[in-house]
Design a protein around this ligand. Structure first.
Ligand code: UDP
Length: 244
């Protein structure tokens, strides 16, 4: 089933499949932050991110939004559409934190209404720089109509996920999406949706450090990274067992 290694990134490996329109994506235990200047291996992270991403892709698809996800293959592998990656990182923010507060005078915790959409050029060597609308046009990464679709999809996903996590007593602070074109020529959400690229704050805890249930625990050396990711999966699984 697993063919040759096509690509290895910081957190995933992508393998060819028998079907040339599909790939197998392996979620690794490697953790990186600050453009890979900080690295570690966190036992169990691959399994958690794979299962969380699969559950969230399924939820998004149920809401009529296309993703590259096809099915889980095992606990750390998923089968997905083979896509042509668009080198954009699309971040949507409901609450101000992270780079927004480092780079602007906006205070931590400010509620952003409407949610703020920020675009970054996906390039590790350049450190994923933020893009202006004019720079996006200049780089010619994506057509105007596709860019409109990317923004619409991102705002819809945010609405779906924000309401969903709210019902699990979690605040969806912000997250990053990546997009690609699948073999049918359709724009789809790619990559992963997990505590590695989303920020979650626990509504059951008001302590500003303890409430963090995402990769900020690793970025800020807060410890308990795996426990936080486990907690996210536990709430998702509890919700799906209630639903069935
Ligand atoms: N993010 C990501 N990959 C990146 C940069 C950011 O997945 O290369 C996610 C991050 O986990 C957060 C959101 O995008 O959920 C916004 O991140 P921010 O711009 O605040 O950057 P940071 O503070 O992590 O440097």
């Amino acid at each position: 089933m697993k063919g040759s290694l096509i690509y290895e990134g910081k957190a995933k490996r992508v393998y060819a499949c028998e079907n040339p329109d599909r790939v197998l994506i392996e979620f690794k235990n490697d953790a990186t932050a600050f453009n890979a200047k900080k690295r570690s291996e966190i036992e169990g992270k691959g399994r958690l991110n794979c299962k969380i991403s699969a559950a969230l892709f399924e939820l998004i698809e149920l809401n009529g939004i296309p993703t590259h996800f096809l099915e889980l293959h095992s606990e750390t592998f998923m089968i997905a559409d083979k896509i042509e990656v668009i080198p954009l990182e699309v971040v949507i923010r409901n609450i101000a934190t992270g780079s927004l507060c480092r780079e602007t005078p906006i205070n931590q915790g400010t509620i952003l209404t409407p949610p703020l959409l920020d675009l970054y050029y996906k390039d590790d060597e350049l450190g994923d720089p933020i893009l202006t609308e004019n720079r996006l046009k200049l780089l010619d990464l994506i057509s105007d109509s596709q860019m409109k679709e990317v923004e619409q999809i991102t705002r819809s996903v945010n609405k779906v996920l924000k309401e969903y996590f709210d019902s699990l007593d979690l605040l969806l602070v912000d997250f990053k999406l990546e997009f690609g074109i699948n073999p049918l020529g359709k724009l789809v959400i790619a990559d992963e949706i997990s505590p590695d690229n989303c920020r979650f704050w626990d509504k059951r805890n008001s302590d500003p450090k303890e409430r963090i249930l995402d990769k900020d625990r690793f970025r800020q050396d807060l410890g308990g990274v795996i426990d936080a990711y486990e907690e996210i999966l536990k709430r998702i699984e509890k919700d799906s067992s209630n639903a069935s």
